[in-house]
Design a protein around this ligand. Structure first.
Ligand code: G16
Length: 595
């Protein structure tokens, strides 16, 4: 009884948390995010969704990651990885939104019942749901995951043809049954327990991992590949080593190009990079902001560095001339930078666009060695960017002869588009991206790798093969992204400054505006045009035309309660002024003073 009352109390608070606080959580751009104190209900319900998703996908493994990535430390969130390792299928997002916001147990269960029927999710016990759980280093992560574990330990579905309803029992460890039912009588429900087929959802706790590690593990398990964290590190270090060994005229020699110093945002990336560093002990990496002292994402990390364009905490004049990089809180994004001498903490930034350009150049070079016009198969290479891509980067990529396509912000959109090509390189300017290779290309490459006679061509095929193994095929991943940049710089014999010279960014500025309701901003044309509120776009355009090479757009953040303003122009002062005047207009239309 004492167990029951504890559980009942917890369930009651979980069930009504969102309602009491009057807060609506939304799936957003990369899962649910909010202050961690209000998320119990959300992770509880999304755990159920993850189990259903696994059943829907024939018992394939699904990932559930507790993280709020670049958000402040008090926030947390939940992201779902689909069987492919990519983000949750977008057609399940409305269901996620609905169940997360259901105001009571009855409506929650009704939504699940209807959805199970609509999606034809098999609850006959033939398949078992498997969910991999992961979390980053946020202090709230463990308790949110523990709650999740409780749900999984005990999720039973019962389909009863007698009552023509689906009854769901949440059994909380140890052995306390709390029935939720769409039928009216518990007695009736309990009477059917004996004849029910029961499905247990199996949680597998992977502990503290980076978001991309969890996505990688989900993909690997579903492909029956080696899928442990150790396997992840082995794959990264082996393929990196292979790329280094294939550097022309320098095989076997590590020819270091100086130390790399990495700001780990005081997040999970610090401890994971340490593991990698120990495996690649000949590589000169210094880890800073590993989380032992500073606060997660506070004045540190890829998001801060990319948006503010200043050094993160722990970096300064002594780092002038050193190659530096910055990871975000859950290590799915990264950028490079160098500290400008006497520059008041200013930096030269190598953002996602520059990383993309470096990767594109390398891939293209290798393909040019491997393939000539006579070859029947000419792999289609695509590049995906968002409106944040600096205009100069797009121009550079076009000059390389690459097809550039734009999507809205959010790696889920870029990834989806990327699947249309043989080789696709997608990156957001904020450093989130990867390179995808189609099955067709991989099969072809494997053949060429083993049958190619000429040494140069054979090496090009091997290099491309190593890239396919190194770079995360599920989602953007800061750790293997860093290694690929390092390998390419060594291959080219380039310093970071030389890399930076690939093209010169148009000056840009990004600002945030606190708005009363971010959903009031509706955009179109890959977020370059505001549709709502009406007249806002006209005001933005009227300001933008005053600046040579001016470009400006406004979009609602998918992760924070703000609108974002991006401006680009021929000189920095102009970009700053344009961003600032558009921000004022946004505030007039949507700020708290406007409501
Ligand atoms: C998430 C997505 C990224 C996206 C970013 C945008 O990043 O995974 O693809 O670029 O949100 O954030 P906002 O909508 O606030 O501009 P992360 O790293 O926070 O998961």
């Amino acid at each position: 009884r004492s167990h029951e009352s504890v559980i009942e109390k917890r369930e009651a608070s979980v069930r009504v948390a969102a309602k009491l606080l009057g807060i609506k959580v939304s799936y957003g751009i990369a899962g649910f995010r909010a202050d961690a104190s209000i998320l119990q209900s959300t992770v509880f319900r999304i755990g159920i969704l993850a189990a259903l998703r696994s059943l829907k996908c024939n018992g394939d493994v699904i990932g559930l990651m507790i993280t709020a990535s670049h958000n402040k430390v008090d926030d947390n969130g939940v992201k779902i990885a689909d069987p492919s390792g990519g983000m949750l299928s977008q057609d399940w997002e409305p269901f996620a939104d609905q169940i997360a916001n259901a105001q009571d147990a009855q409506s929650f269960l009704q939504l699940i019942t209807e959805f199970v029927k609509k999606e034809n999710i098999p609850l006959d016990g033939a398949k078992q749901a498997v969910v991999l759980l992961g979390r980053d280093t946020r202090p709230s992560g463990e308790s949110l995951l523990r709650l999740q574990n409780n749900v999984f330990i005990a999720l039973f579905f019962q389909y009863s043809s007698y009552v023509h309803s689906i009854n769901i029992y949440l059994l909380f460890f140890p052995c306390v049954i709390l029935p939720f039912t769409t039928s009216s009588s518990h007695t009736e429900v309990n009477a059917h327990v004996g004849i029910c087929s029961i499905i247990g959802a199996v949680p597998i706790d992977m502990g503290v991992v980076t978001t991309p590690q969890l996505h990688w593990m989900v993909r690997a398990r579903n492909k029956d590949l080696k899928a442990s964290e150790l396997d992840y590190f082995d794959q990264l270090s082996t393929s990196f080593r292979c790329l280094i060994d294939l550097i022309p005229n320098k095989g076997g020699d590590n020819h270091p190009i100086g130390k790399l110093v990495v700001d780990c945002s005081n997040g999970v990336g610090g401890e994971k990079l340490q593991v990698l560093k120990e495996k690649l002990n000949w590589l000169d990496i210094e880890i800073r902001n590993s989380g032992k002292e500073g606060v997660l994402n506070e004045g540190v990390g890829a998001d801060f560095v990319q948006k503010e364009k200043v050094v993160p905490q722990g970096f300064g004049p002594l780092d002038v001339g050193v190659r530096c990089a910055s990871l975000d809180g859950d290590a799915d994004r990264f950028v490079y930078f160098t500290v400008i001498s006497n520059g008041n903490n200013k930096i030269n930034l190598e953002d996602g666009d520059k990383i993309l350009s470096l990767f594109a150049l390398f891939i293209k070079d290798q393909l040019n060695i491997l393939i000539d016009d006579k070859d029947i198969y000419q792999p289609r290479v695509g590049v995906i960017q968002t409106a944040y891509a600096n205009g100069a980067s797009t121009k550079y990529l076009n000059q390389l002869g690459l097809e550039v396509v734009f999507t809205p912000t959010g790696v889920k959109y870029l990834h989806e588009k990327a699947e249309e090509y043989d080789i696709d390189i997608y990156f957001e300017a904020n450093g989130h991206g990867t390179i995808l290779f189609s099955e067709h290309f991989l099969n072809w490459l494997e053949g060429r790798k083993s049958t190619e006679k000429g040494l140069e061509k054979q090496n090009a095929a091997k290099r491309l093969w190593a890239v396919t193994k190194l770079i995360n095929q599920a989602v953007g991943d800061a750790l293997n992204g860093l290694l690929l940049v390092e390998a390419i710089l060594q291959h080219m014999g380039w310093s970071v400054d030389k890399w930076n010279e690939l093209y010169h960014d148009l000056p840009s500025r990004q600002l945030k505006v606190k708005v009363a309701d971010r959903t009031a901003v509706v955009t179109t044309n890959a977020e370059t045009t505001v549709e709502k509120p009406t007249d806002l776009q006209e005001a933005i355009t009227a300001l933008t035309v005053n600046y040579p090479q001016g470009r400006c757009f406004v979009r609602p953040s998918g992760t924070e309660d703000i609108a974002r303003v991006y401006a680009e122009a021929n000189i920095q002062e102009a970009a700053d002024e344009l961003a600032s005047s558009v921000s004022k207009v946004v505030d007039q239309f949507l700020g708290f003073s406007s409501s």
